[in-house]
Design a protein around this ligand. Structure first.
Ligand code: BGC
Length: 360
């Protein structure tokens, strides 16, 4: 069967034509026919050979970690959970094997302590940009048919869901205060989905991003009742003076300079969430004294978050369903490009629009 792969030592991308079709091997296995796979910045980093590791024994890594699949077969134990025809989202991260990793042993590999986890399509495990995959039922989140092809947005949505689960824990330290004002930095898919999740939670949302409005992303922000400001129209200082102070900053651009500029302008008791994996570029200088002073004197909290647990997958499905009914059609506007497997290199290396998807 065909699989979209990155060959890091040869520095090339290619469709492997004879990638072996996986078989059900254990009673808990589920075999999926892959329908669609989203492409993100992590894929681009892998395809530029600066990130990602092939599985042991392979000179290539099959790409793809934002997948939607249809169940075609189940092992005997998985049969009670999934049936052929069901839709599911395979989880990205698989636990490490260290018996002392409390997080992985508690099925919270998104908090793995040894960093020996594996990630499909990213780290030491083949990804989902291929025709069939076999995963353990434990790592497959069910999706109702009603979500339709927007379900390919579940994985990027889990980033926001995991973040907001943790924000709720942190915000519990201020029982007298309701979190109200949020700024989302970056208007890519993670930023837009984060903005929608925040709107569902009743936040006032401003998205601060590079491109000037009007543009497709600013239209989406406005459609869900948020506001959009371009950093070309307002510097971070002007923006912060006008819009701040913020209770919550959701950084989804992976741009350290913009992130720390906005951090400087966060309000008292603010929570700053970093979700964007920065590209591997050179160093930037910051006023660390000012940042530290603010963080201490204003009780601020800086939170990094990566990957997601099963709770976030279930919440992502539920929230995407709510978004579909509250703002019909808006999720479709995020997926701006659909591509064939043989052309996967195009959206991976030269993405245009907001979110590109490879349809199998
Ligand atoms: C994925 C996460 C993954 C992270 C780091 C992101 O693109 O969505 O699941 O943990 O990359 O590899």
């Amino acid at each position: 069967m065909r699989a979209a792969a990155v060959f890091p030592t040869e520095r090339r991308l290619a469709v492997v034509e004879d990638f072996p079709e996986p078989k059900i091997a254990r009673p808990t296995d589920v075999k999926l026919r892959i329908l669609s796979v989203g492409v993100c910045g992590t894929d681009r980093e892998i395809a530029s050979f600066v990130y990602g590791t092939p599985p042991e024994g392979y000179d290539y890594l099959v790409l793809g970690h934002e997948a939607l699949g249809e169940v075609v077969e189940t092992g005997s134990e998985a049969a009670g959970l999934f049936a052929p025809g069901d839709l599911g989202i395979p989880m990205v991260r698989i636990p490490c094997s260290d018996p002392n990793c409390a997080a992985c042993r508690a099925d919270r590999q998104d908090h793995c302590e040894t960093l020996q986890y594996r990630e499909h399509g990213i780290m030491r495990l083949h990804g989902f940009m291929t025709e069939y995959v076999v995963v353990d039922a434990k790592f497959l989140a069910p999706v109702p048919r009603a979500l339709g092809r927007d379900a390919v947005l579940v994985e990027p949505m889990t980033i926001a869901e995991k973040a907001f689960i943790q924000v709720d824990h942190i915000a519990a330290r201020l029982p007298w205060k309701s979190q109200r004002r949020a700024v989302v930095v970056g208007a890519g898919p993670v930023g837009l989905l984060g903005a929608m999740a925040l709107r569902l939670r009743g936040y006032e949302v401003v998205v601060y991003s590079l491109e000037r409005a009007p543009n497709p992303a600013s239209g989406i922000v406005e459609a869900v009742g948020g506001r959009y400001v371009s950093s070309q129209d307002e510097s971070t200082e002007q923006f912060a003076a006008k819009e701040g102070p913020f209770d919550l900053v959701y950084e989804a651009a992976g741009a350290p300079t913009a992130a720390f500029e906005v951090l400087k302008s966060m309000g008292p008791n603010g929570i700053f969430v970093l979700t964007g994996v920065p590209g591997r570029h050179g160093n930037v200088e910051f006023d660390t004294h000012g940042i530290m002073l603010n963080m201490v004197l204003k009780n601020q909290c800086l939170l990094g978050t990566v990957n997601a647990g099963r709770d976030a997958f279930d919440l992502a499905v539920a929230d995407l369903m709510k978004i579909q009914s509250q703002w019909p059609g808006v999720l479709d506007r995020i997926v701006t490009g659909r591509h064939k497997l043989e052309n996967f290199a195009e959206p991976v290396l030269r993405p245009t629009g907001i979110k590109n998807v490879v349809d199998l």
